[in-house]
Write a protein that binds this ligand. Structure first.
Ligand code: F0G
Length: 459
């Protein structure tokens, strides 16, 4: 009989103390930070679910790799090790290291994206969109229709709408589309996976029109394990085989190793195109560094290479997805509306549904983020009208986002089940007094990316 209890498949060798604050302290901290959790010091946070990026706990093997790193400027042994691991897992010919995902995006799009270019994606991550728009291109999201309703479960809400892709290509012409992208898992769409069938279908359309397909690869292992769990025909395949198949349909990828690379910094850019790779390396030298270190230290390349192998351990992935699901199921059972089903790296609470008394432009997501900190020192992020609200250029009126979500992103290998139990308890406490929560108004903001720095006041 298999055990019902899925355990953390590691034991803890190094610990990092976290500090409990008193309710009075938290009230003062919130006021000092103008109710913006990006302005709170991490020492004042008990459980930090702001992001799963760069926050993983490295293994003993990774730390040993750090000592082993070769810091040579050119021809570093650590680079050749890293390159062989990436080639073996993903199967691409050229592997270009960069300091994080957005550096890969900047280099790639600087070469392929021109004013007027159109780049479709299931859902662009903020930095991907920003890099495209900065170059005068248009970033278009084509999420599948099942993703619109947060409450109805569907196994692959990260899928791209393939009919919409075909329509778009017919409308604008393939020559305006330098590449199509698929983000696995779809972070902005709720951490939801993309199915193998969808990757294959998108790839077929791209090949018909001679458009390269790129994967935004940050959470590739979680996506592969969700394919194994949810897609018929993949139960008996290994995650490595599933990953190899996923990437066999693509012409290249961008990667932030701060997620499924289990590293605190790093990323890479891959392609099979010799000429493009040459141009990418020239740009790399300009701003990141020589192609055998790409803006990283040799030790970082070692940590990434080892992390990329560890993340494919199926005991790890089983535990990883079980712990995210555990959080989601325990709060959903008590009536907290979450994006269903739980995805790979985070649970998203639908704050618009949970707090219907707070109108979108009084930021229900922000109200929940503040209350979770007030209740238990937990830090989460608003993904709603604070982050994605826009201003009508003619009237100056603020237009709310489509959804008011709060993301609880789970750092990899960092928190134990009792930490998650504590988070569940805090969320349920807030949920039981949800009718008392009130909205916020923004009293100071910057014109771009306001969520990082704006100041709020309770209404
Ligand atoms: N693509 C996706 C899907 C991401 O989630 C991120 C980062 C990036 C690209 C950019 O990578 O940060 O290494 O430059 N996501 C983080 C998050 C920041 O919190 O979701 P980066």
């Amino acid at each position: 009989m298999p055990f019902r209890t899925i355990i953390e498949p590691f034991r803890i060798k190094v610990v990092e103390p976290i500090r409990m604050t008193t309710p009075e302290e938290r009230e003062r901290i919130l006021q000092r930070a103008h109710y913006n959790l990006f302005l709170v010091r991490s020492d004042d946070v008990l459980i930090d679910l702001l992001t799963d990026s760069g926050t993983a706990a490295m293994s003993a093997a990774q730390w040993a790799g750090v000592m082993h790193g070769d810091e040579s400027y050119a021809g570093s042994r650590s680079f050749y090790f890293f390159e062989s691991v990436v080639r073996e897992i993903f199967g691409f010919k050229h592997v270009i290291p960069v300091h994080q995902g957005r550096a890969a995006e900047r280099i790639l799009f600087s070469l392929v994206c021109k004013p007027g270019s159109i780049i479709p994606n299931n859902t662009h991550f903020d930095t991907t969109r920003a890099n495209i728009e900065y170059l005068g291109g248009q970033a278009i999201d084509l999420p599948c229709t099942e993703s619109q309703d947060t409450q109805t479960p569907h196994p692959f809400k990260g899928n791209m709408d393939v009919d919409a892709l075909e329509r778009l290509i017919r409308e604008v012409g393939a020559t305006r589309i330098p590449l199509v992208m698929l983000t696995v898992t779809n972070n902005s769409g709720g951490g939801q996976p993309v199915s193998m069938a969808n990757i294959r279908a998108v790839s077929q359309i791209c090949r018909q029109h001679n458009i390269p397909l790129y994967l935004d690869t940050c959470r590739f292992a979680e996506n592969a394990y969700l394919i194994k769990m949810r897609e018929p025909g993949y139960q008996h395949k290994s995650v490595r085989e599933i990953v190899r198949e996923m990437f066999s349909y693509a012409d290249g990828c961008t990667m932030s190793a701060k997620k499924d690379g289990l590293a605190n910094i790093g990323g890479f850019l891959c392609t099979n195109d010799d000429q493009l790779a040459q141009q990418e390396k020239e740009l790399l030298i300009l701003t990141e560094g020589f192609p055998t270190y790409g803006g990283l230290a040799g030790r970082d390349l070692e940590a990434m290479a080892i992390g990329l192998q560890e993340v494919l351990d199926e005991h790890y992935l089983e535990y990883r997805l079980a712990s995210v699901r555990y959080l989601g199921e325990h709060i959903a059972r008590e009536g907290v509306p979450i994006v269903q089903p739980p995805g790979g790296h985070a649970i998203y609470i639908d704050a618009g549904l949970m707090l219907p008394q707070i109108p979108p432009l009084q930021y229900p997501g922000q109200a929940l983020v503040v209350e979770l900190y007030r209740e238990g020192g937990i830090r989460s992020t608003e993904i709603g009208s604070v982050m994605f609200g826009k201003f009508d250029p003619d009237t100056g009126q603020e237009i709310p986002a489509r959804k008011e979500l709060v993301r609880l992103a789970i750092p990899r290998r960092v928190y134990t089940q009792s930490h998650v139990d504590y988070v569940v308890e805090a969320i349920l406490n807030v949920h039981s007094r949800r009718e008392q929560l009130r909205g916020y108004r923004i009293v100071w903001q910057t014109p771009f990316l306001r969520h990082f720095s704006c100041h709020f006041e309770p209404i």
